[in-house]
Ligand binder design. Structure first.
Ligand code: ZN
Length: 433
């Protein structure tokens, strides 16, 4: 692809990522301030006055800005915390930052210190070139994304809205590459599903397990509800992300009842990706009944992981779920629902990422997706109506492998993908601003 500056960025981003991985920011407790300080130091070497903004001293966020004209602003958004790592499961020390066969190893390499490093290097290199954007270019690398205890972007958006308000943002959540019928397709997360878990509470009557006839076994009663939820096929609808995705990968929008089959014909894993784009999903995942073998439970609680389509609400879903469950008695209690925001498609940021993938691989396509998990994009969309997309190209590493390594052992990132990420962000800034 066209490289906009002479080399050097490859080494720079590799070294910065190694440094960040060697700073343990497992959340909890996070301790992101040390990673933040390393970033502030790094940016300062390119003449950028980055600042630490913190609710408590040990959990700082980094915000920096290349001021531009009064055009729309763009943010490179990332988070510095990681999930935990159990060294006994790893082939290398999770905080080694070792460079082995062209890959940087360590917790956070994919989620998401790799993108943190690429964002910082793209930002610093633009500054060094004297880039004057038409609107502000903002770097924000925040704390506490993985737990969400109120130290990161949710807090910044409330306490320091002027520091983080932006029109566009590139964040995590997308960039996977699928090879479909010979065409590379890169996924761009333009929306998120809402995570809306609920608990089903089924009542019975306890009794001695040796005489089932004297009791009313809540666990047995719950079994048919679990079965019904597992077998349920919720009504499908064509949301904009599904339309865009199907058009990109199939070249058309088939009848919705055929969409999963058509996708599977193209690639055996594609159906599993399409299905959650077409409807809410229900997965019973936890069950709690008697805590003693010889006591028949009077109460059985089934926890259901439920993901709604963007902008769907628990109130929309509840009648559907009750219809599937049929007659009670049971109680249905929603737990805290989070996420579920979306950004429009076809924006100037979309065009910028689309032209990037064309440069990266001629003939490649960009396809929108509603990310099943939660990211910080939600807080920007909610507070400022930001067009926030999750995108970081995963080209050198097989997308399936990358998905497996996130939050798992032996997490690592190819330097080729890091470098492509730097160019993607530089391209986005130069195209948009
Ligand atoms: Zn992440």
């Amino acid at each position: 692809m066209a490289v906009e500056t002479a080399g050097g960025l490859r080494e720079e981003v590799t070294e910065l990522l190694q440094e960040l991985i060697r700073i343990d920011t497992v959340n909890p407790p996070g301790n992101e301030t040390r990673a933040g300080a390393a970033l502030v130091d790094y940016l300062a070497r390119s003449g950028i006055q980055g600042g630490l903004v913190a609710r408590v001293p040990e959990r700082a966020n980094v915000v920096a800005r290349i001021p531009g004209g009064d055009g729309p602003s763009l943010a490179f958004l990332s988070h510095t915390d990681t999930v935990l790592a159990d060294p006994s499961e790893w082939d290398r020390d999770p905080w080694s930052g070792d460079l082995v066969d062209g890959e940087v190893w360590g917790r956070g390499a994919l989620d998401m210190k790799g993108q943190v490093a690429a964002s910082a290097v793209a930002f610093a290199s633009l500054q060094r070139e004297g880039f004057f954007p038409s609107g502000d270019l903002v770097f924000m690398s925040v704390a506490d994304e993985e737990v969400g205890a109120g130290f990161g972007l949710s807090w910044l958006a409330e306490a320091h809205p002027d520091a983080v308000r932006c029109d566009y943002a590139v964040n995590e959540g997308g960039g996977d590459r699928l090879l479909l019928g010979g065409t590379p397709v890169y996924l761009c997360a333009t929306a998120e599903k809402m995570s809306a878990p609920f608990v089903l509470r089924v009542h019975g009557r306890s009794g001695h397990a040796s005489m089932p006839g004297i009791a009313d076994n809540a666990l047995v009663k719950a079994a048919r509800y679990v079965q019904a939820l597992g077998a349920y096929e919720p009504p499908r609808e064509l949301i904009p992300e599904a339309r865009g995705f199907l058009e990109a990968v199939l070249g058309e929008v088939p009848p919705l009842e055929d969409a999963v089959t058509r996708a599977n014909e193209l690639h055996p894993l594609l159906g599993a990706l399409v299905q959650p784009l077409l409807a809410l999903t229900l997965s019973p995942t936890m069950i709690d009944a008697s805590h003693q073998r010889n006591v028949i439970p009077a109460l059985c609680e089934v926890t259901v992981d439920c993901r709604l389509l963007p902008e769907q609400t628990p109130a929309d879903a509840e009648p559907l779920i009750r219809a599937v469950l049929g007659d009670g008695p049971y109680e249905l209690e929603w737990k805290e629902a989070v996420g579920g925001t979306r950004s429009e498609l076809g924006t100037p940021l979309w065009d910028a990422l689309d032209s990037f993938v064309q440069e990266l691989e001629p003939g490649a396509k960009l396809a929108p997706i509603a990310c099943p998990g939660f990211t910080d994009s939600h807080f920007l969309r909610e507070a400022f109506g930001t067009v926030a997309y999750g995108f970081f190209p995963v080209k050198a590493m097989d997308a399936e492998l990358a998905t497996k390594l996130v939050h798992s052992a032996n997490e690592r990132i190819p330097v080729d993908d890091l470098e492509a990420g730097v160019h993607m962000l530089r391209h986005a800034a130069r195209s948009l601003l």
